[in-house]
Ligand binder design. Sequence first.
Ligand code: FAD
Length: 464
Amino acid sequence: MGERYDLIVIGAGPGGYVAAIKAAKLGKKTALIEKREIGGTCLNRGCIPTKTLMHSTHFLYEAEKMKNAGIAFEGLSIDYEKLMARKDEVVAGLRKGIEGLLKANGVNVYRGTARIIDKTTVKVKGTDDETDLQAENILIATGSVPVKPAIEGADLKNVVTSDELLSGQVKPEKKLLIIGGGVIGVEIATIYSELGCEVEIIELMDRILPGMDKEISQSIALGLKKRNIKIHTGAKVVKISENGSYGLVCEYIEKENTKTTEAQTILMAAGRKPNTEGLFEVVKPKMDGAYIKVNNNFETSIPGVYAIGDVIRGKQLAHAASAQAVAAVEIICGYKPSIDLDVIPSCVYTNPEVATVGLDEAEAAALGYNVKIGKYPMLGNGKTLLSMGERGFIKLVCDADSGRILGAQLLCDRATDMVGELALAISKKLTYKDLASLIRPHPTYEEAITEAAEDIEGMAIHLM
Ligand code: FAD
């Protein structure tokens, strides 16, 4: 019999480490098992690396714009190794912070690969030992891993996933071809185009960011094209081979025509799969496709075994995993979940940024709402003009009968920082009049929320 815990958490990403700390804070004796680095995909191979790189590369883009404001930089240069080193420094600093929090909260961290033996036993295989742990409850937070589609040539050198690209193993300088125009593909396209690399995107669906509001995805596509990023939609990659002046040639079918394009590096950003490899032996939970199936309480078909985050079906986002972690632990501890899990903002860190929450116009109409839209173009917003911001808008989707805010779509600078206010409005069932009744500071981007709320009755002051 191994050491006994109240809760064993498997996986230390934003789902697992948050669950472990929350459980410890609620008085549970908690073990956390991680086979790679603390912080999971988000910290080590996802959110933080991409946004750190982007913070630096956006500066290059902004510096170019400043020429029109009387500030010119001489001899701007890029040190790719230093760029990657700073990213690693940020990741290491945050990782140290999480490790400190786990320690301070008394969470016992086990390094190794976890295997669930039965509903109360987990085996941890370390580098040279194996430990059995027992617990009343087990929480699976093993996340997801990138997948390469089964295309001929997908295994060639320099055909990589976001894991390899962000680790700095490859250095696309001349031409990066991205297969998949979802959030990851679009963000990485922005980073490398700002670094001066030629970028091309091939997307299977009829538009990039296919899961988002149509106007947003069209506007982002326009913005990327303005930066000379080539985009092919409704296009299917069929083969990759080693050839051409850049080293790789990609064959794809676009509008029934077979075409080719060359690349130095090809990024496969066409999907991720839930990570359940080797996790179960005899006792296995019911699955929902490749995902672990859970009920409304995040409990799997094995009583006492729970799952959250990327390993279950839903939005694959760090803040969704963390929110589910808190809710699942509260449920395990006998409390009612304290978080509204129905309102999850989605963000794309392009330039300008995208943030959406709740329903878009088409979704609200399909659900039978009497939809009313309030929209404010950012070109009328003082902060956008003075900071040389790009075109964009803030759109509010509202139920005309009750006045309630049903959704919001933001395409503007700092959209990702502003969407929280609108998420709160949706969660707390506020109306557009509530939003319009608030004084917002001047000059700020968020003044556009006031204008969009006023526009629902055609009363926006700064709109013709
Ligand atoms: P993960 O973060 O994947 O963590 C799971 C952990 O479990 C891993 O550390 C893994 O090693 C460990 N593990 C797996 N199996 C075992 C086992 N058997 N034993 C022990 N340990 C195990 N989301 C956002 O919200 N914002 C963003 O800006 C954003 N950007 C992204 C950019 C990229 C390039 C990528 C790839 C993802 C991005 N995401 C972003 C998504 C986000 O990273 C994930 O949604 C989030 O990390 C999921 O958290 P999780 O805890 O469920 O799983």
